[in-house]
Write a protein that binds this ligand. Sequence first.
Ligand code: FAD
Ligand code: EPU
Length: 338
Amino acid sequence: MKNNVNLKEFNTFGIAVFASEFEELNSSDDAIAFFKSTELNGKEFLILGGGSNLLLTEDFQGLVIKNNLKGIEVVEENDESIVLKAGAGENWHEFVLQCIEKGYAGLENLSLIPGNVGASPMQNIGAYGVEVKDLITEVEAIEISSGDVKIFSNEECRFDYRSSIFKTTHKNQYFISSVNFKLSKKPDFNVSYGAIKSQLEKNGITEESLTIKAISDAVIAIRESKLPDPKKIGNSGSFFKNPIVSAAEFEQLKRKFKSMPAYQLPNGDYKLAAGWLIEKTGWKGYTEGNYGVHKNQALVLVNYGGASGVEIYDLSERILLSVKDKFRVTLEREVNIL
Ligand code: FAD
Ligand code: EPU
């Protein structure tokens, strides 16, 4: 256990706040023993993966528990598919690349998402037409209050857009230790997202030469063109979720804002583009001191270096109010605020 640890290197926003206590858990047995012991003893705690979906607004007066559980195992395999169990502390993108290298399909559209495997079920990470719920078979987690191991089936996780029970009803109750993914040996390519099709064309990929590696390369190229690299500019990806409105609300909005992009969901509701709403309220590229709104993606708030979490939170509040004022739509933060 370390004391007074600067968390700047542990969050991709690059916010310098201190944690009173900091403990790293390196194996499932260590983690079970830790939660069965009295070490936590009612203390405030934060489970930390790659720190890429967090905004730290003040010093953390409790224990930060860094999840370093590694290992990738084959659970079952046949000619069609393979089930892999990946330790929560495995880096997400490296895991995706290993799967692509071996020809296991399913995760390629989720290339280059920062963070670790253990956080992937938390908000059901998604990008370019795929959500991780499409691949997860089960999640293994340790109950924080008892140290008991529990297996959650895909259904039990109640995955939704950027949500699961781990972010809602079971928040702060479980330490996710590993995640099982069912991947296909006979890929069914997902190129439904318009931007992927045009990037593949740009890369000279035809239907005949399409591979999961080509999809991954296209996704990486799109992401690198729009999203700031957290190693260079502090950020946590999309700061807000894309808001969902009823068909009636969307019709009203569309009458007033003719070019408003939206995507119809299977239940008839519409998902709006928060990036567009923020851009149309004039915030895209806005800079104040050493923080602001990214110039290529209005949904991404950035720290150019030295900003505080409170400054970024206040900016998000101002953006939220302008969007509400102009469109009568309430944005919800995607990033976990602490
Ligand atoms: P952290 O930030 O460390 O933690 C996030 C939350 O999960 C915290 O509440 C934490 O307490 C909890 N948590 C973490 N690990 C565990 C565990 N083992 N057990 C229990 N709770 C845990 N997200 C997308 O969905 N799609 C994208 O396309 C996307 N693009 C991004 C692009 C950039 C440039 C950045 C910076 C972020 C992006 N994100 C995206 C957000 C982020 O990468 C994901 O949410 C990622 O899964 C967070 O992983 P992490 O390990 O960094 O989690
Ligand atoms: N748009 C604008 N202005 C902007 C940004 C976007 O008008 O500044 C418009 C685009 O023109 C497009 C629409 O908004 O019509 C959607 O944009 P984009 O394809 O870039 O995706 P997004 O909705 O902004 C979502 C996810 C991303 C994910 C991408 C790709 C959310 C909150 N964000 O962004 O996830 O990578 O789709 O699938 O759902 C994250 O969660 O951190 C994240 C980066």
